[in-house]
Design a protein around this ligand. Structure first.
Ligand code: NAD
Ligand code: DAU
Length: 337
């Protein structure tokens, strides 16, 4: 079996590559990544030592390159993680979000179709459903919840999902889509809430909490997301969407206080800052469909996962200090020559 993982130098894609290399040691994994600011070649250093891992530096919007790569490898599965993923950046400048997330997905779909790839999986997000109210804890996102996007990021991801579904219906492309809630764990870029707060608290810097910190996210440990995607690829029904997550809802301020408590840092570091524009109030997944179809449920409770994550950042200062200093970009530039 030969799999293409796009966006594999990023947070979830790299965790997925390590998951695959461990679970299927005989299978080939090719990572296609453009090494944008969010990609980090150091993250894959343990994969480079494996005989069955190959890295291809390239952009999913580059049709010629993508076609060449597919000709070279003849993939059995394509799993698309490559995306611009940070909501705040999409509010600053939506353009690259549309290019990568929508047009990049189109290039991958076209190429899968042209080369007859037997399986495509689109890694999407619960953000396509918009927000739930804070005062209705009985409400959850199901796969039937209407698409109602808030940010340019979520609009671009929803557009990509619609394209994936259109290619299934129109051309019979063998696809599935997963819509996951907020991930956390090793190798997450320190612009996202949890690694940002950990790294800033360690440096005794203010922790910027948007608004009152009352927004709720449904957190999932990244390995659980990886096993869900693997399950969908093995047991999912073509053309279907599966929500991934569930039962780990926390307010942002709870998360920040938990991190400060674990690190023995004072709550005076918390700094309330103006709210994100269009900030979604609450995300919460109903994982009923994936549980029934695939037998999957998240296995890591937040209390355990956050301790593991904090320990990982404490044990790997080189990884994130290299990012904060900007030095990791030098390695990318050398790599791309
Ligand atoms: P990330 O930002 O950490 O990584 C994205 C990766 O994609 C990087 O390695 C980057 O270099 C690469 N990339 C970006 N543009 C590219 C392009 N044009 N061509 C090739 N590679 C490109 O993102 P992440 O948090 O790991 O998210 C991965 C996927 O999962 C995304 O599709 C995201 O929408 C989705 N998702 C993320 C979360 C989350 O909580 N982080 C939750 C649900 C779904
Ligand atoms: O729900 C899945 C989504 O989760 C993914 O699709 C996105 O790719 C991923 O980035 C994430 O989006 P969020 O916007 O929820 O994640 P972020 O870590 O940026 O923010 C989490 C919450 O914390 C959100 O309510 C905003 C708040 N926040 C974030 C930052 C960066 C702060 O209060 N302060 C901050 O500095």
């Amino acid at each position: 079996m030969k799999r293409l993982v796009t966006g594999g130098a990023g947070f979830i894609g790299s965790n997925y590559i390590y998951y695959l290399l461990d679970k299927y040691p005989e299978d080939q994994v090719v990572c296609l990544d453009a090494l944008t600011y969010a990609g980090n070649i150091h993250t894959l250093q343990d994969a480079f030592g494996r005989h069955n891992f190959t890295f291809a530096l390239g952009d999913i919007t580059d049709r010629d390159f993508v076609e060449m790569l597919f000709d070279e490898h003849s993939f059995d599965e394509v799993i698309n993680f490559a995306a611009e993923s940070h909501v705040d950046r999409s509010i600053e400048d939506p353009s690259v979000f549309l290019k990568t997330n929508v047009l990049g997905t189109q290039v991958l779909l076209d190429t899968c179709r042209k080369k007859g790839v037997p399986r495509y999986h689109q890694v999407s997000t619960d953000e396509v459903y918009g927000e739930l109210p804070l005062d209705r804890p009985d409400l959850f996102f199901t796969e039937e919840t209407p698409i109602r996007t808030s940010s340019p990021y979520s609009a671009s991801k929803a557009s990509a999902d619609l394209l994936v579904q259109a290619y299934h219906r129109t051309y019979g492309l063998p696809v599935t889509i997963s819509r996951c809630s907020n991930n956390y764990g090793p190798y997450q870029f320190p612009e996202k809430l949890i690694p940002l707060m950990i790294t800033r608290a360690l440096a005794d810097q203010p922790l910027p909490v948007y608004g009152k910190g009352e927004n709720v996210r449904d957190w999932i440990y990244v390995e659980d997301h990886c096993s869900a995607i693997d399950g969908i690829l093995r047991l999912g029904t073509l053309g279907e969407v599966y929500n991934v997550g569930g039962h780990n809802e926390k307010t942002n301020i709870h998360i920040v206080r938990t991190i400060l408590g674990e690190l023995g840092k004072p709550e005076s570091l918390i700094s309330y800052v103006p709210d994100r524009l269009g900030h979604d109030l609450r995300y919460a997944i109903d994982p009923g469909k994936i549980h029934q179809a695939i037998g999957w449920l998240p296995t890591v409770f937040f209390e355990e996962g956050i301790r593991k994550t904090i320990k990982w950042y404490l044990d790997h200062p080189d990884w994130w200090e290299n990012i904060l200093s900007g030095d990791y970009r030098q390695a990318q530039e050398l790599f791309s020559r």
